[in-house]
Structures are given as structure tokens and as C-alpha cells.
Design a protein around this ligand. Sequence first.
Ligand code: FES
Length: 125
Amino acid sequence: MSWEPRELTEPLCRVEDLPDARSVGFDPLGEGRDTMFVVRKGAQVHAWRNLCPHYDRARMAWKKNEFLNGDHSRIMCAAHGALFRIEDGVCEIGPCIGARLTPVPVDIRGGALWIVGPYAPGFRR
Ligand code: FES
């Protein structure tokens, strides 16, 4: 497997297949784990790398597709409970207040969700 960033030739999914106010993990390069996730809020879709800024390279979900807190109002890192705003990825509560998740540029084209530009593999080989 190449570790160079590359352009994807397929969309991540159809937006209509994303449940509202929920998170879904994706493995765009087939690395065997979710290296990013998206959160849909109505017509908006926010996308982030699965890397917690508190602890370098920490994965955030406590199980598949579970990147949100209990009331689905914030993104939560399962490791130490940091809570991040869904809209801009900034940590509001927890051990890394003010730190920000790494955004993944995405675009909706024809109802499909695409990553914009090259996508780099995750850091764990
Ligand atoms: S690694 Fe995410 S809050 Fe500590």
C-alpha cells in the first residue's frame, strides 16, 4: 500500500444515507480502520480526521460510528472525554480546550459526498 496522499475516484456515500445528527466513520483508502468521520446536521455535513488533538494519533470513537456524546450535541473523544463543537471541531470541554480537530474538505455533488483533494493515509502502519 502506498502512503502517499491520493485523489479518490469514488464518493464516500450518498448524503441521504447519512443519519441526521449522527456520526459515521469512513476508511477512504481501505486501510482497515476508520481514518475519518462525518457528522450530518440537516443539510450540513462536517468531516474530520479520526485523530484527537489531545493525544497524538489517538482514535476517537468508542465503537464503530460512535463519535458523538450522549445527546449528540458534540463530538466526543472516548479516550479522555474531550468534547468538540461539531461545526468547527474546537474543543470546548476536556483536556485540550481550544485545540481543534483536523478537518477533511468535503463537497456534496449530485447528492454524493466527496472528499476534495488528495487524502493522506492514517499514521499507523
Ligand atoms: S486522547 Fe482524546 S481526549 Fe485524550
